[in-house]
Structure formats: C-alpha cells, structure tokens
Design a binder for this molecule. Structure first.
Ligand SMILES: [Fe+2]
Ligand SMILES: [Fe+2]
Length: 370
C-alpha cells in the first residue's frame, strides 16, 4: 500500500482512483482541482463550551485529543460521501438524455470530487499520520462494493430518474451537513464550507429542474417517480443520524458542528438530545415544499407525489428495522414485505423505464443550453 507523505502523493492516488472507477478525466480537461478556503464569516467560536474564544486555526490549538478525534471523524465522514457520490454516478456519463444534462452531470461529479479533495486536504494538512491514512482510505472504499461509511452512499444510482431524485434529496442532506459544519470552531473546516455550499446549490438545482422537466412531459408515470422518492428519502432521513445522539451532543458542546439555523443571537438549544431530530425536521419541511412545487406540474387527475413518512424504511434511529408503511402506519411483517414490493422500485419498473428511455422525449429539452 502506498504511504502518503505529502499532498502531492495524495493527488497521485486521486488520479489512480479516477481511473479505477472508470471516470474519463479527459471529459473535464481544464478543471482546476483545488482546495478553496474563504474568510470565516465569524472568527470566534459560535456556541458550546468554548463560545467566544478565537476559532482554532491549527489542530494543536484544539483543547483535547478527544475533540481532535471527533473533528477527524466529522471530516472523514464528509469526505467519504463526496467520493462515494461520484462512484454512484459514474455510469450515467454514457446515457445522458441531452448534452446539457451531460454537462450538468460532469459539473456535479467534478465538484463532488473537489469536495472530497478539500476534505482530504484538511486531513493531510492538519491531522498528521492518522489524517494521511484516512485521506488514503477515502480513495479505497467503494460505493459499488458497499464499503462506503453511510447507507445512502452504497445504494446504486441506476439511471437518470434515479440521479435527479438523488441530487434533489441526498445532495440536499449535504447542504444541511455543510451548513452545520460552516459554524465549526475548527477554522479551516468552517472556511471550507462556503465554496462547497455554493457548488452544492447547483447540484440541488440540477436535481429539481431534472424532475420538473420529467414531469412536464408526463411520459414517466408519477407512480414510478414516487417509488424513487420512497427509495431515497428514507436514506436521507438516516443521514441525519440517530435520535438522542451522544456524538451530536459532543460535537455541539465542543463547538465543532452547529445547528442548521445556528445564529449567535439565538437562544441555545432547548434539548441537546434532539439536535439530529431538529435538523431532520427542518429537512422534512423543506422537502414538503419541494414536493408541493413538483405537484403543481402534475395534472390534477393524475396521481400526486408525497413525502414518505419519517418512520418508513429506516435503518437508523428509533424507527430502524420496523414495519411501518410509507404513510407511517404499522404493518404486520407479511404486510410489510408485500408493501415494500409495492412501493419501492423493482425489476418491472426498471423495464418500463428502460422502454420509456429508449423511446426518448421523456424529459423536456433546455433552450440555449449545452
Ligand atoms: Fe458535495
Ligand atoms: Fe452535491
């Protein structure tokens, strides 16, 4: 195994990783991969036990080893998702419905790679040997081998409807995580987030405009689109972490990860035990608005889309591995088995979709683009 001494060594591994996942880097010939740090919006620790002291620029300024380990963990998990999403999306380059969509996909992929690059830069620059080791491991796990750290990032993204659903709902979780880390007391991490968030906004736009353009043609039945919402949204709920999470409490008390709506003038959280649930409920409200907007594009006599209940098909938290349906009702084990077959995408949906894709014109074109 190659040992990383400098960031240049890591860059060599990154190029190898691109080749290994089958990403043709000649498709993005002039893209300057770089770590980008902005000036911090706020220079003092914003919340928690260290509120008011100057944010830490160097890892040795972070008061305890436990806190340094927690920071390493946060950066590793963030970085893992970035490389994983490129692995999930790598096949789609061959099947883009329009040249505009291909350009959007390549932009999303190169920016996810840059986000992973940014997290690796933090690890290699600040975290000594363990950071170098973790930065290497970010390029060794694989979404398509199921070895990425979080469930959503080991799921296959099979086609472009899947991609648009993924970018609308999974990248949106990314927006929440980045926003919470933007308040971090570790200044280089906080300063990484602004530029990443700007790029993330484009991913959300790509997903939502893709779904809108699909709905405008009316070629893909909304029942099938709903199944993809049912596939991804519960995995996005899981990404917010356990309820009553002790690590979320520690991240907050130590000033490392804030709330989504963190604001130095706001009251401190009423209940530290509910930090993850609180972030998730912001997300739920936001996607309810998104679905409401999408439903405007569906003729009234057709099936409307809805947000699956937060209890449905969860792998993490108090509802994990239980038999709730998409509407939140509890089912028997047999009913639940049957229900999953009905509400999640299956082989038959796949066939219907492939036929629709072959026919073409299932998504509206984009004027003056591409
Ligand atoms: Fe990202
Ligand atoms: Fe993204």
């Amino acid at each position: 195994m190659t040992k990383i001494a400098t960031f240049d060594d890591w860059i060599d591994l990154f190029r190898q990783w691109q080749r290994d996942i089958g990403f043709d880097s000649s498709l993005i010939p002039d893209y300057p991969f770089d770590a980008i740090y902005e000036d911090p919006p706020i220079s003092e620790v914003e919340f928690g036990e260290f509120a008011g002291v100057k944010k830490w620029e160097r890892i040795l300024e972070v008061p305890t080893q436990e806190m340094r380990d927690a920071l390493l963990h946060l950066i590793v998990y963030q970085g893992d998702t970035e490389f994983a999403s490129s692995e999930q999306q790598r096949h789609l380059v061959r099947t883009a419905p329009t040249s505009y969509d291909l350009q959007c996909l390549l932009r999303v992929m190169r920016e996810e790679m840059r986000h992973g690059w940014q997290m690796s830069h933090l690890l290699v620059t600040h975290f000594g040997n363990s950071g170098k080791l973790e930065a290497r491991k970010l390029l060794e796990r694989r979404a398509y081998e199921g070895s990425r750290l979080l469930g959503a990032f080991n799921e296959p993204v099979d086609h472009w409807l899947d991609f648009f659903t993924y970018t609308t709902f999974i990248d949106r979780d990314g927006k929440y995580q980045l926003t919470m880390l933007r308040h971090s007391a570790f200044a280089p991490l906080a300063r990484s987030m602004g530029p990443m968030l700007k790029e993330e906004a484009f991913h959300l736009f790509t997903g939502l405009s893709g779904l809108s353009r699909i709905l405008k043609t009316g070629k893909i039945p909304t029942e099938i689109i709903q199944k993809y919402l049912n596939k991804w949204i519960p995995t996005a709920y899981d990404l917010f972490g356990k309820d009553q999470s002790t690590s979320a409490i520690r991240f907050y008390r130590w000033g490392l990860k804030g709330r989504f709506d963190e604001d130095p003038t706001a009251a401190p959280p009423e209940d530290l035990e509910r930090l993850n649930e609180e972030a998730r409920s912001h997300y739920v409200r936001e996607i309810q608005e998104i679905i409401r907007g999408l439903n405007q594009l569906i003729p009234e006599d057709r099936t409307q889309l809805y947000v699956p209940d937060v209890k449905f098909n969860r792998r993490i938290g108090e509802f994990a591995d239980q038999t709730f349906g998409v509407d939140g009702n509890r089912l028997t084990v047999e009913e639940h088995q049957r229900h999953l077959q009905e509400v999640l995408p299956g082989a038959q949906d796949h066939e219907v979709l492939q036929a629709i894709f072959r026919e073409g014109s299932w998504i509206t074109g984009v004027k003056n683009a591409g």
